[in-house]
Design a protein around this ligand. Structure first.
Ligand SMILES: Cc1ncc(C[n+]2csc(CCOP(=O)(O)OP(=O)(O)O)c2C)c(N)n1
Ligand code: SF4
Ligand SMILES: [Mg+2]
Length: 283
């Protein structure tokens, strides 16, 4: 539906006595998103935009978009934006923040972008403790380029380049980069959230808000991983993909805070997470 049609339909319903209870935040543009229906990128965009809106920082925020399915993020957020080369968002965000310390700077990256080609930039920005917010959308695959294996692809998970499932002897172990960077002294807040249910979305939004509040207080680097589905790449319906994510991604990538206020959370055993990789079998 074109935006003008949506507005007309909305007006029609209001004229019939309906009340508007859920509106689009002004920090998202009217551009129609290209994401596949049910993809977590759209939901994640929305909650990042809502946080920016609620904090009243729209005119002070600069986003850095990646290469991946969210390459066009600059077209969807109504804030200043820079496009980074593949994987280089944390380096670009570092420069933007250092040159403009009063701005709020956030990166938005997928797992191929952040945890494969951009591993060095990610680790060093985290280790330097740059005062930025990093949003990391982990769907376990290279969504944009056709579903190839990413560092985050699970053991046994099928992808375009692991058609019989990821094998540790051939492809190595999945990379839990979020646990890894939580051990670096420069990270102040590290958390893993998801966006497949309304309750999960609310928690993810609170985490993103925390990450921006930390930046306001100049606390250093806040890192929010969002577990997400790539229903097209996984060759599932959105409903199947969300269920599969809960059954398979979550045991391998547990949801919750890993580091808060610069300290590892007590009951999170980062060392165990480094070695324990439950097998996944694609349905
Ligand atoms: C220098 C460079 N190398 C490789 C590519 C090809 N490429 C584009 S997107 C992408 C991976 C994207 O995967 P991810 O970051 O997980 O994002 P998703 O699409 O899953 O959200 C790759 C390898 C590129 N554009 N530039
Ligand atoms: S290919 Fe995957 S990550 Fe990309 S928009 Fe579609 S569902 Fe989302
Ligand atoms: Mg991905």
């Amino acid at each position: 539906m074109a935006n003008t049609d949506i507005e007309a339909r909305k007006q029609e319903l209001l004229n019939q006595g309906y009340t508007e209870v859920y509106t689009k935040t002004k920090v998202l543009t009217d551009a129609v998103m290209h994401y596949c229906p049910g993809c977590g990128h759209g939901t994640t965009h929305r909650i990042v935009a809502e946080v920016i809106d609620e904090m009243g920082i729209q005119d002070k925020t600069v986003g850095v978009s990646p290469v991946g399915c969210s390459v066009l993020a600059y077209n969807y957020f109504d804030v200043d934006f820079q496009e980074a080369a593949h994987g280089r968002a944390p380096a670009l965000a570092t420069a933007i923040k250092r040159l403009n310390p009063d701005t709020f700077v956030f990166t938005y990256q997928g797992d191929g972008d952040l945890a494969a080609i951009g591993t060095a930039e990610t680790i060093h920005a985290c280790n330097r403790g740059e005062n930025i917010t990093m949003i990391f959308v982990n769907n376990g695959i290279y969504g944009m380029t056709g579903g190839q294996m990413a560092p985050t692809t699970l053991v046994g998970m099928k992808s375009a380049t692991t058609p019989y499932g990821r094998r540790v002897d051939l492809n190595g172990y999945p990379l839990r980069i979020t646990e890894l960077i939580s051990t670096l002294p420069g990270t102040y807040y590290v958390t893993r959230q998801s966006v497949q249910t309304p309750a999960a979305v609310r928690k993810a939004k609170a985490a993103i808000r925390q990450a921006f509040e930390n930046q306001k207080l100049k606390k250093g680097l806040s890192f929010v991983e969002i577990l997400s589905n790539c229903n097209s790449g996984w060759k599932m319906t959105p409903v199947q993909a969300n269920k599969w994510m809960e059954d398979n991604m979550m045991p391998n990538y547990p949801i919750g805070d890993i580091k808060v206020d610069g300290k590892l959370v007590d009951n999170v055993d980062v060392a165990r997470l480094a070695v324990d990789h439950p097998l996944t079998v694609m349905q």
